[in-house]
Design a protein around this ligand. Sequence first.
Ligand SMILES: [Fe+2]
Ligand SMILES: [Fe+2]
Length: 360
Amino acid sequence: MNATTTLEIHSAEDANRKAIHSDMISPRFYTTDFDAMNRLSVEPVRAEWDKMMAEYQGDNNHDHFQRDEAFAAEVSEGMAGLSPEMRQEFLDFLVSSLTSEFSGCVLYNEIRKNVSNPDIKQLMTYLARDESRHASFINMSLRDFDLGIDLGNLKRSKKVTFFKPKYIYYATYLSEKIGYARYITIFRQLERHPEKRFHPIFRWFERWCNDEFRHGESFALIMRANPHLLRGVNTLWIRFFLLAVYATMYVRDHARPMLHEAMGLESSDYDYEVFRITTAITRQVFPLALDTDNPRFRRGLERLFAISQAMEKAKARGGVIGRLQQGLCAVQALGTFAGLYFLPVIRQDISPQVRMEPAW
Ligand SMILES: [Fe+2]
Ligand SMILES: [Fe+2]
C-alpha cells in the first residue's frame, strides 16, 4: 500500500477530497504577516528588480496556456495504454500539482490584497496571475476525466498554515526553483523520448517552468536585498527548509514510481537530478547546500520513504494498534529527519550576480 492507494481517485468527489486533504507530504496552503512584508525593502537590488518587473509586465507566456488542436486526440491515445494503477498515479500527480500551483495562487493573492508596499503588491499581482493560469490549465486536464477541482471550495475548505515572512521566502523560493527543475527534467526526457509522452500536458512544461524559474528569481532578489536572511542563525532555517522540501519531494515521488517509469525515468535518478539542478541554482542565495551525494543522506531518504509506507499501512489498519504504530512511525520519522539535518553540509560562496538564466 502506498500514499496513492489510501485515497484513490475515481470521482470528482475523490479528487476534491484529495486536494483538500492535509498530511505530512501533501501540498499546503499558507498565510503570513503582512505588516512585516510592508516593511520589506528591495532598494539594494532596485535595478535588477525593475528589470524583472518589466519582464513580468511583458508577459511572454500570455498565450501559452491554451490547448492546441492535437491535444484531445493525444489524451485519448496516450491514456488508453495506461494500466489502472498507472492512471491512478497520473491522476494523483495532476491533483497534487494543481494543489501546489493553487497554493501559490492563494498565498500570492492574499499578500497582494493585504499589503500596501507597492513593490511587493506589484510582484504578487504577477505571481498570482501566473499561478492561476497554471492551476486552471491542469484543472482542464482533470475535467477531461470529469475530475475537475472546485477551486473556490478548495480555498474555503483547506487548512491554512501560518508562516513568518522569512519562512515564506525560503520555502517559496525553493518550491519555485524545485518546480522549475522538476518540469524541465521531465520536459528534456520526453523531448529525447517523445514516444513516452503519454499525455500532451508535458509539451507545455518548457515555457511553463520558465515562469517558475522567474518566480524563484523574485524571492532570490528579496533575500539578497535583505542579506541578514542569509546569515547567522538563519542558515539553520535554510538548512531546515532545504531538507524539508527535498525530503517531501522524495517521499511523494517514490509513492508513485510507475509515473516516472512510464516516462523512462527512475524515481531516485529523477529526484537526484532535480536536487542537482536545484542545488546549482541556490548558489544565487544560500551559503550552504545539502550533500545529496553522501551515501548517508541517500540512505536517510530511503528510510524516510520506508517509514512513510509503514505509516500508511498503520493508518489503514486503524484501531489502537494502528494508532500505536502511527505514533512509532512519527518518532522514527523525526529521528531520521534529525539525523539527516545534522549531516555535514557543503559551504558555498554566493554568486556575485543574483539573477540567473534558466539554462537547463
Ligand atoms: Fe506555477
Ligand atoms: Fe510559481
